[in-house]
Design a protein around this ligand. Structure first.
Ligand code: TXA
Ligand code: MG
Length: 342
């Protein structure tokens, strides 16, 4: 298959939006930009189209997809009931990086929900994503547009390096401002629960609906027989090909550890300006005190380490406040939950 490259240069670029919409209406796969990461989209109401997403990504069949909408009223057809919390959250955070899990309606094919009786829905804020959903005239199911298990894509080039030849088109809408995926919040239990930390912080959610739980799977790996509420949490994720080790402690201690583990293929991911203090090749993923910048640069830095042929990537541990929790969670998973205290 030849993957079409559709670049969107200006808001007025209707032709490529239309081209993407036609492919989607015909049951094809199009990678689209969102404010979080690029998504691999298909018509969410067409089970056959959705099944192709799993094939292109090599995604486990039991990991459900997020449905993307362009207007709040589109939510009604996808779920059995819209609770007042969902209305408040949508008013506060949509369009934006919050995904809400609710009991699904029969309009949602089992391919989307991977057999669960719930569906995850969000309204992205990237203008190109919104225009493509509108032009397609249907909600779009879209996981991150990477090969399953590898770091999520934050540019059209990242998408092509994973999926060229496996999807019908990629729409280039530039970089992704948030850089980590959306916050997944379940409203199906007694207390709202964050299943995956992301672009909207726990405090932001709390400020709107009060008490919120954070699923234990955010911080620790599951036992073999445990069944997570969010099936995606079961898999090792966001990982480059290299082994990743997350190191907690001072820069000086990090530099010592790097010196002790330095060999061909050892690399570091550090904060801005720390490169020269570290005795192995280092890429920065943002300023130490700027979690938003770390989020934006995280996946690109992990991919850069892969491209440089790293075998071992030592990573400076981020703070966990605000969006830092999402950055920490992704790194924790890339490191298979191993944190070394220096
Ligand atoms: O920012 C994002 O969320 C990006 C962009 C493209 O929108 N999408 C994304 O999709 O990250 P994906 O498939 O890579 O991650 C979706 C996560 C998975 O952990 C999945 O298990 C969970 O959401 N999820 C989807 N449907 C669910 C459901 N019904 N119940 C619980 N978790 C669900
Ligand atoms: Mg993903």
């Amino acid at each position: 298959m030849r993957t079409n490259y559709l670049k969107i240069d200006t808001q007025a670029d209707r032709q490529n939006i239309e081209a993407a919409a036609v492919i989607l209406k015909n049951g094809g796969l199009v990678a689209i930009p969102t404010e979080t990461v690029y998504g691999l989209a298909a018509n969410a109401l067409d089970g056959k189209a959705v099944a192709k997403i799993f094939e292109a990504k090599g995604r486990p069949q039991d990991n459900p997809l997020i449905v993307h909408i362009a207007a709040f009223k589109e939510l009604e057809a996808l779920v059995t009931e819209v609770p007042p919390e969902a209305v408040k959250l949508a008013e506060a955070f949509w369009p934006g990086p919050l995904t809400i899990v609710l009991p699904k309606s029969s309009a949602v094919p089992p391919e989307v929900s991977a057999g669960l009786d719930t569906v995850a829905v969000r309204m992205p804020s990237h203008p190109v994503a919104l225009r493509i959903i509108q032009a397609a005239g249907v909600p779009l199911a879209a996981p991150s547009a990477n090969t399953s298990g590898s770091p999520s894509p934050t540019s059209a080039q990242h998408v092509l390096s994973d999926l060229d030849g496996k999807i019908d088109a990629v729409v280039d809408g530039g970089w992704c401002a948030v850089g980590v995926e959306s916050t997944v919040l379940s409203l199906t239990g007694e207390t709202p629960r964050i299943l995956r930390p992301g672009g909207i912080t726990p405090d932001q959610v709390k400020a709107v609906i009060g008490a919120v739980d954070i699923d234990p799977a955010v911080f620790s790996s599951l036992q073999d027989d445990e069944k997570p509420m969010s099936p995606g949490l079961k898999y090792k994720h966001y990982a480059p090909k290299a082994k990743v080790v997350l190191l907690k402690g001072s820069l000086a201690a990090f530099a010592d550890y790097a010196a002790a583990h330095a060999k061909a293929g050892t690399m570091a991911m550090c904060f801005n300006g720390e490169e020269s203090a570290i005795p192995v090749p280092a890429v920065s993923y943002g300023a130490k005190d700027n979690a938003a910048e770390q989020a934006e640069k995280l996946f690109g830095a992990l991919r850069e380490a892969d491209q440089a042929g790293a075998g071992l990537v030592l990573v400076r541990c981020p703070r966990t406040e605000g969006i830092g929790l999402a950055v920490f969670n992704r790194l924790l998973r890339a490191a298979a939950f191993e944190v070394v205290e220096l």
